[in-house]
Design a protein around this ligand. Structure first.
Ligand code: ZN
Length: 153
């Protein structure tokens, strides 16, 4: 188990485009393991590789339904929209309302190199979109709806 340092705020690596993973070797497996441990340690629901300083198209997500590892994820379907509050481990203390698809289907590879598709709705759809944005150098603050008042339940 190894916790990696989470890059924060104005760190320029957060603005770079991550590269596709061509070969899932021991280093990629170690990265996946460390990202999982780092996400749980930080009590986040998702973490993308650039957040730990690695420009590779890898993300981990767990919205309370179990760990999902995504290598080279792409959104192949999206529908609906939903505005809800969002935050980010790289932007501590910040949050805001972001509009995301209500439902997405993501195609990715798992750590064994097998391609799979996974459907996410609501929070899981939001987490997928947020993490995939990270792989393209996009932060949620780019998409915040200014002065939007969320109904607090
Ligand atoms: Zn984030």
């Amino acid at each position: 188990m190894a916790i990696r340092m989470i890059r924060k705020d104005e760190d320029e690596i957060l603005r770079k485009i991550s590269k596709k993973v061509e070969v899932i070797d021991d280093r990629i497996i170690m990265l996946l393991n460390d990202m999982r441990d780092t996400m749980y340690e930080a009590e986040g629901v998702g973490l993308a590789a650039p957040q730990v300083g690695v420009l590779r198209r890898i993300a981990v997500v767990d919205v309370g339904e179990g760990l999902i590892e995504l290598i080279n994820p792409v959104i192949v379907f999206e529908s609906g929209e939903e505005i809800d509050e969002e935050g980010c481990l790289s932007l501590p203390g910040k949050n805001g309302a972001v509009c995301r698809p209500k439902k997405v289907i993501v195609r990715a590879q798992n750590r064994h190199g097998e391609t799979f598709e996974i459907t996410g709705t609501d929070l899981l759809a939001r987490a997928f979109c947020h993490e995939i944005d990270h792989l393209n150098g996009i932060l949620f603050t780019d998409k915040v709806i200014p002065d939007y008042k969320l109904d607090k339940k």
